[in-house]
Design a binder for this molecule. Structure first.
Ligand code: ASP
Ligand code: MG
Length: 457
């Protein structure tokens, strides 16, 4: 069997759902199981109405909910046609009625707990999966909706619940496997699960990829397809560099480095359950299904090129923490990072010298407060409008002279920080934001002009 996951934009309206149905119909021989996200932007809208209700703004919350109801009725009406929509209408209505009721309850209490926020957020996938299953059936696919909250068992860390793999695998084998064997196409919502007591949870934003990986691993899928709205992963951002090409094959570790540095296609950490079982993951474009996309595999294939891709992340601030009293003292770094941690400030690149630590953060809001907290240990300077550039490739490992080649390609650009991670598959440096297009183009010319046809398009 295979798992086919459709993201929010791939089910955002009736036309997208029809395209998804065609794609699934073309793969029936491979026994697909379908995982869907909420329709595009719905999770954001749900969380916004939850917060409005939590702040006591009942009318605003209910107004947002009304808009969401309208949108779903429209999509379902168009995807199902009047006949089927009439039968389906009461089911949809019941969901939105209970969402309304929930929002009224939250507004009355004036508090949105994490547990209730998860319940609210879950409506996106609970509803989208039902609409998609009905639309597939109408188009001749033997689809069967399976409620993910009765299959995916998690702990109760609301908002980022972790799956209980043993229990989930057991339920997959009991409740879902038989459907696949009967040649049905199970359709499940991603992102959502429930505790053993049946309390609804979510597994983190963007979590439908994680759901697909958990389900694929549990059912020993041969392949997991992630359907999005781009032709897979590229050697760099085509907006920055028109010579960018599609990457056909990439390793899990390489993809993970790229995701961290801003490649928005997917978050490979969530694919871990699949990678551990050696299940390849194919990223595909639901608007251009004949394109073969990008295949992510546990181990890197042989590749002639040093790098697989160049990523750039803008809007970075460099923070220099210069030691005063604690210079060289035991525990200095720890006390610095504790302060960043306390302010929930995520640090990307770090480099240290005897007297200072330089690090990058992607938001400078917390810096004044951090500087105040560090006052006794160090003083803090910062500089905005920087960018992180990251070159990724497994071939960096054990090849000499690569850094020299990288930095000579951009020798007249001022490089502020350099770092090579322990994974040894990336070279990362920090430059001025304005230098990014030039730097990326020159590096792309240097390293991607003669491409290995097995690995790149
Ligand atoms: N709908 C959820 C989100 O927006 C999960 C997903 O789409 O993967 O985070
Ligand atoms: Mg996503």
């Amino acid at each position: 069997m295979i798992v086919m996951k459709f993201g929010g934009t791939s089910v955002q309206d009736a036309a997208a759902i029809s395209r998804a149905a065609e794609i699934v119909a073309s793969r029936l021989e491979q026994r697909p199981l379908v995982v869907v996200s909420a329709l595009a932007k719905v999770t954001d809208a749900l969380l916004a109405m939850g917060r409005a209700a939590g702040a006591g703004d009942r009318d605003h919350a209910l107004g947002l909910c009304r808009q969401l109801r309208e949108r779903h009725y429209t999509v379902a009406g168009e995807a199902l046609g009047t006949g089927v929509f009439t039968q389906f209408h009461s089911e949809l209505e019941a969901h939105f009625d209970s969402l309304d009721e929930l929002l009224r309850g939250i507004a009355a209490v004036g508090e949105l707990t994490d547990r209730t926020a998860d319940n609210i957020a879950s409506f996106g996938e609970r509803i989208s999966s039902r609409i998609v299953a009905a639309a597939f059936s109408l188009r001749g696919i033997e689809a069967e909706h399976v409620d993910s909250t009765s299959v995916l068992v998690t702990d109760n860390r609301f908002g980022r619940a972790l799956p209980d793999f043993d229990e989930t695998n057991d339920r997959l084998a009991r409740l879902v496997q038989p459907l696949v064997e009967k040649k049905k196409v199970p359709v499940m919502g991603g992102f959502i699960g429930a505790t053993p007591q049946g309390i609804i949870t979510t597994i983190g934003r963007g979590g439908s990829d994680f759901s697909a990986a958990i389900i694929g691993a549990g059912l020993h899928a041969l392949l997991i397809e992630i359907w999005t709205d781009v032709d897979g992963m590229m050697t760099t951002d085509p907006n920055l560099c028109p010579a960018a090409r599609r990457i056909k094959l990439i390793s899990f570790d390489e993809a993970a480095e790229l995701a961290y540095f801003g490649a928005k296609v997917l978050h490979p950490a969530t694919l871990l359950p699949a990678v551990q079982k050696n299940i390849p993951v194919q990223v595909l474009n639901s608007r251009n299904p004949s394109n073969e996309g990008t295949r992510i595999t546990a181990r890197a294939q042989h590749c002639r090129n040093t790098f697989k891709a160049i990523a750039a992340k803008k809007r970075i601030t460099i923070v220099d923490v210069v030691a005063t009293r604690m210079l060289g003292a035991h525990g200095f770094l720890k006390s610095i990072f504790d302060v960043f941690d306390k302010h929930h400030c995520v640090v990307d690149v770090v480099s240290t010298s005897e007297v200072s630590v330089s690090l990058t953060v992607d938001s400078n809001e917390a810096i004044p407060a951090i500087a105040a907290d560090l006052d006794k240990l160090a003083y803090v300077k910062y500089e905005g409008r920087k960018a992180i550039v990251c070159l990724v490739g497994e071939n960096i490992r054990g090849t000499s002279g690569i850094a020299a080649k990288v930095f000579s390609a951009i020798s007249d650009i001022n490089v502020r920080m350099i770092s090579q991670g322990a994974s040894e598959i990336n070279i990362t440096f920090v430059i001025d934001e304005d230098d990014v297009p030039d730097a990326v183009r020159r590096l792309h010319d240097t390293f991607f002009s003669d491409l290995d046809p097995e690995v790149f398009e």
